[in-house]
Write a protein of this length. Structure first.
Length: 571
């Protein structure tokens, strides 16, 4: 009897400990250190907490985005021989996928087999989502087909949605539509969310006819449309400026007791602003407030951007201040919109003032902020301030990108700081910073404009060796440099080299060449290129025609050399 009582007491104690632990697990984990500390206390407990408690801890860590720590603690569990279940394995699989390590996620699958745990749709949905996140579309689709074909598990709504969403986001809208049709014929019928994925993809492709047809089909099949369906359609028609269609959709959704939300109104406001109809956009904002829908940061940003696009930065600033008065904290996009507006109006002092305000309000400038400020400073000739901002960026700001370096190099070349520009170029090349053909075009153009033709040609010649074969715009930049300085033989040689290297000249190429020969009064050779222009269907632009008119005034005989030029331009 005493033994039975002791066992009962021990069982009660265990049950009490387990309950106590479960309560603590919910409130103790506030950060990664808490989670790791709790895990190590759990593995030292005797008896061990249940596998459910371990899965709850792992799920908390997953929610907190501590993916690598989930994997690390899972390995410790395996070494200690602590039992696992399917939930834990799914969490680990998902953690690997969220780390963009789907290869490691697949290595978890044998644990299911060894432990006798059945695969579920959750497992393969995580894997498929991970493959899409790594742009491995073919592998993701193949895995989905394998799961369905071999009856590994029944694809559910979530798995279908993951595949359709992945296809849509990677531009394969027709494949997503085909999968929707496949679902319609199968056991798992598509719900409104699956239709919405395809409707949204069609709208983003600009295929509004197909989107409306699918929307009508949904109504015929008695699939309950929702706010997501209408927001996709309204956004699509706003982008095309088809406001009558937008009004029709608004009326239709209200008749179905689906009321516009802040996203619906913001899409309309943004569309109007991009067309320059900012006053109309403000009227829509007033209307949404009357309907009890409060504008959010995205709404205000759209209005600000609309005014900046029209060059009315002061009115944009007024919207910015109204937003703050309403206790809506500006985000970095708000600041970037205003800074860009001020820079375009060459009010760089106000842009710099805003740059200082960002940190004061507890935010941080991002790469767009710095690139905009740098471009604005160079535009007004404030090279000293631009150098200081660039240095600040290197020491404490976000890492400069190709756009940053291109802006700084272009600024240096523009104000004749060739040595500083080349020093920066050499430094970037030594550090193997990312570059592209547009970046080197800035360098070649800058050297040409500063009369450094040999250096420009040297940079041009090395492009193919570093895996960046010149495109037509780069050839045109080099040819322009030669023509400006009267090096017409070099320009002609470069033109012929384009053809040999599989980069056909375009209209701009010939215009530049013809202008060069016209300026140097090389009329006989000019005639050859003008005939080539005509044969290729190219034509003069206004600047070439202007030069030609001036030449003909002094040399009327030149008029006889002009072939019949086609009006059709080919680029």
């Amino acid at each position: 009897m005493m033994m039975a009582t002791n066992i009962s007491v021990r069982c009660s104690f265990r049950s009490c400990c387990s309950r106590s632990f479960s309560v603590k697990a919910k409130v103790e984990v506030k950060c990664l250190d808490d989670a790791v500390s709790l895990f190590h206390r759990m593995v030292r407990m005797n008896p061990l907490p249940s596998v459910v408690d371990f899965s709850k801890l792992f799920n908390t860590m997953l929610t907190m985005k501590h993916y690598s720590s989930v994997v690390s603690l899972f390995r410790e569990m395996r070494i200690l021989g602590i039992p696992i279940d399917g939930i834990i394995l799914n969490i680990v699989t998902n953690s690997y996928c969220l780390m963009h390590r789907s290869d490691c996620a697949f290595s978890v699958l044998p644990f299911y087999l060894k432990s006798g745990i059945l695969f579920t749709g959750v497992t393969f949905t995580s894997l498929i989502r991970g493959l899409f996140a790594e742009n491995r579309l073919k592998d993701a689709v193949e895995l989905f087909k394998k799961v369905a074909r071999e009856n590994i598990c029944e694809p559910d709504q979530v798995m279908y949605g993951t595949v359709m969403n992945g296809l849509s986001k990677m531009g394969h809208t027709q494949k997503a539509l085909s999968l929707l049709r496949l679902m319609e014929r199968g056991n798992t019928k598509p719900d409104v969310n699956k239709y919405n994925i395809v409707v949204d993809a069609l709208c983003k492709d600009g295929n509004l006819v197909a989107a409306i047809n699918l929307h009508n089909e949904m109504k015929q099949k008695n699939i309950l449309l929702n706010i997501v369906t209408y927001n996709s359609l309204i956004d699509g028609f706003c982008k095309l400026g088809q406001w009558e269609k937008v009004k029709t959709l608004f009326s239709e959704m209200v008749n179905l007791n689906i009321y516009p939300d802040v996203n619906t109104f913001t899409m309309v406001i943004d569309g109007l602003c991009k067309e320059g109809k900012v006053e109309d956009a403000e009227e829509v904002m007033k209307h949404m407030v009357e309907k009890g829908v409060e504008p959010n940061i995205i709404t205000y940003n759209a209005i600000m951007d609309g005014y900046c696009l029209r060059g009315q930065v002061d009115r944009a600033r007024r919207i910015f201040d109204i937003m703050i008065d309403k206790c809506i904290e500006p985000d970095i996009i708000s600041y970037n919109i205003l800074i860009n507006g001020y820079c375009k109006e060459k009010k760089v002092a106000k842009a710099m003032q805003l740059l200082g305000e960002i940190s004061q309000r507890g935010s941080k400038p991002n790469i767009v902020t710095y690139n905009t400020i740098l471009h604005g400073l160079f535009e007004v000739g404030r090279t000293g301030d631009a150098k200081r901002v660039y240095a600040e960026m290197l020491s404490a700001g976000p890492k400069p990108n190709i756009c940053t370096h291109s802006t700084v190099l272009d600024g240096y070349f523009r104000y004749g700081l060739v040595e500083e520009a080349m020093s920066l170029l050499n430094k970037l090349e030594r550090k193997r910073e990312n570059t592209d053909i547009a970046f080197y075009r800035v360098v070649i153009n800058g050297l040409c404009k500063n009369g450094k033709l040999d250096e420009a040609h040297s940079v041009f010649e090395k492009l193919s060796f570093i895996g960046l074969p010149p495109d037509v715009r780069t050839y045109n930049t080099m040819i322009t440099g030669f023509c400006i300085y009267g090096l017409l033989d070099e320009a002609k040689s470069m033109l012929r080299k384009m053809e040999d290297n599989g980069c056909p000249p375009n209209n701009v190429t010939y215009r530049v060449i013809v202008q060069g020969f016209l300026r140097c009064s090389k009329f006989s050779e000019m005639e050859t290129f003008m005939k080539e222009m005509a044969d290729r269907g190219f034509s003069f632009d206004a600047s070439t025609a202007g030069i030609l008119v001036n030449v003909v005034r002094e040399n009327p005989s030149v008029l006889d050399m002009i072939p019949e030029l086609h009006s059709k331009n080919k680029y």
